[in-house]
Design a protein around this ligand. Structure first.
Ligand code: HGY
Ligand code: MN
Ligand code: MN
Length: 435
């Protein structure tokens, strides 16, 4: 199916974009919190969101089902003549994630799942000529909000589930194994979610940029070159609780002051590097009180880099700084790594078909679309071991994300739908040309 024959009806694409925007609003109401968006793994909201999105998938002509890790996966249904009628036929996987951070925006992940559903709908009349099936994934726990370890759902699909994760617990002390059972999943069958490497011809994800580059450049779409590798740590600083009045400064071992110096050092050390980003998202004194010198402080560190090597060198610099602070202030510190995912380089062919797709999208801007590194993590990081990964970025006004003000325009969503549909057609052309 030459991509040029894909001549999408602009009205149909616009209607699809409006449906995506309306459904992002509808899904935003599926939240564990009254006045903000929060939807975490293996929760009531997870089940409700899967029911809602499964209905949308079926209405678009996909057979939708929940896999053994709680992800929602839809697959195109085609006639008996079509290659993809074979349930074992290789599939091109489209999608993103349906879970959120606390107090989230309504587009991070979700818009990619809904754009994928619309692309499957638009390509429905041509499925018989595709050399592969189409599948749409709504992954869960891309964010890691509940258990700290991110990419649990896509890690199951990517065949990289680590049994040690069963020991993870949430803020209420509920273990992952128990949460699986409570949700109606069998922990002993999680491996059934894993896809054979040959069963996918690739993974394409549309996602808001979560940064300001496209908005600053006045452009709607970009191709992603690579996804940052990430490591997440829980760090504890131990000092000595003492009376806030009677303890002279010289006699203090103030854990919070030590931790605070570390927080400032993270920014300084990361800013000194290129494309290494460190963020302390939480800092607290678990047993703190107004009139007590803090004896213990805890902080989280989200450390990511375009190159795993630069990220890991920066982590070494951070640990050396923690040692220096601790030595000077008479403190101790320890760290527990709760998440690690290697950087993923996007596949050149998938990047090319996305570029070609953008070129056919309505007024996607002059010349070659930009190619951006993604400092944000994505589900493709867990799939890189079984298939090639490609990503399309949509303009994200002001780059605001992980925040209720997160936005995307329906015009850019329409451009993204057209570009992704055309990219699928271009990939089909490539596959059809293969011997
Ligand atoms: O944290 C991230 O980069 C992504 O939004 N999960
Ligand atoms: Mn996110
Ligand atoms: Mn995301």
């Amino acid at each position: 199916m030459p991509a040029m024959l894909l001549d999408l009806d602009p009205a149909a694409v616009d209607a699809a974009a409006r449906r995506v925007m309306a459904r992002c609003d509808e899904l935003a109401e599926v939240s564990s919190a009254a006045r903000r968006i929060e939807r975490v793994y293996l929760s009531r909201e997870h089940a409700a969101a899967n029911r809602l999105a499964a209905g949308w998938m079926r209405e678009a002509g996909l057979e939708a089902a929940q896999d053994a890790a709680g992800n929602l996966v839809g697959r195109t249904v085609v006639g008996p003549r079509a290659l993809a009628a074979d349930p074992d036929a290789p599939a091109l996987l489209l999608g993103s994630h349906l879970d959120t951070v606390p107090d989230a925006g309504r587009y991070d992940g979700i818009v990619g799942v809904l754009v994928a559903i619309e692309v499957a709908r638009l390509l429905r009349p041509r499925l018989e000529s595709l050399p592969f099936a189409l599948e749409v994934a709504g992954f869960w726990d891309e964010e890691g909000t509940r258990f700290g370890k991110a990419l649990l759902g896509s890690s199951a699909v990517g065949g990289v589930w680590d049994p040690a994760w069963w020991d993870l617990t949430d803020a209420n002390g509920v273990g992952l194994r128990q949460a699986f059972g409570d949700f109606g999943l069998d922990p002993d069958r999680v491996s059934e979610a894993a896809r054979r490497p040959g069963s996918l011809v690739g993974y394409l994800e549309a996602h808001i940029e979560q940064g300001p580059v496209l908005d600053d450049a006045g452009l709607p779409l970009a191709v992603v070159s690579s996804i940052a590798g990430a490591r997440r740590f829980e760090i504890a600083v131990h000092g000595e609780a003492r009376h806030a009045g009677g303890t002279p400064y010289e006699a203090r071992h103030d854990a919070l002051l030590g931790a605070s110096e570390a927080v400032v050092a993270v920014e300084r050390l990361c800013r000194a590097e290129r494309h290494v980003i460190g963020t302390v998202g939480r800092l607290d004194t678990p047993a703190g009180a107004m009139n007590v010198v803090p004896g213990e402080a805890r902080l989280t560190l989200d450390l990511r880099g375009e190159l795993d090597s630069a990220r890991d060198l920066t982590w070494s610099a951070i640990t050396a700084t923690l040692d220096e602070i601790a030595g000077r202030r008479g403190l101790r510190w320890d760290a527990r790594q709760v998440h690690s995912a290697a950087a993923v380089t996007c596949d050149p062919l998938l990047a090319d078909v996305l570029r070609a797709g953008i070129a056919t999208a309505p007024d996607a801007g002059p010349g070659e679309p930009p190619t951006l590194f993604s400092p944000a993590g994505h589900d493709g990081m867990a799939l890189g071991g079984i298939t090639d990964v490609g990503m399309l970025f949509l303009r994200n006004p002001d780059g605001i994300s992980h925040h209720p003000a997160e936005a995307v325009s329906h015009q850019d969503v329409a451009r993204g739908i057209a570009a992704l549909a055309a990219a699928v057609a271009h990939l089909a052309d490539e596959h059809a040309r293969r011997p």
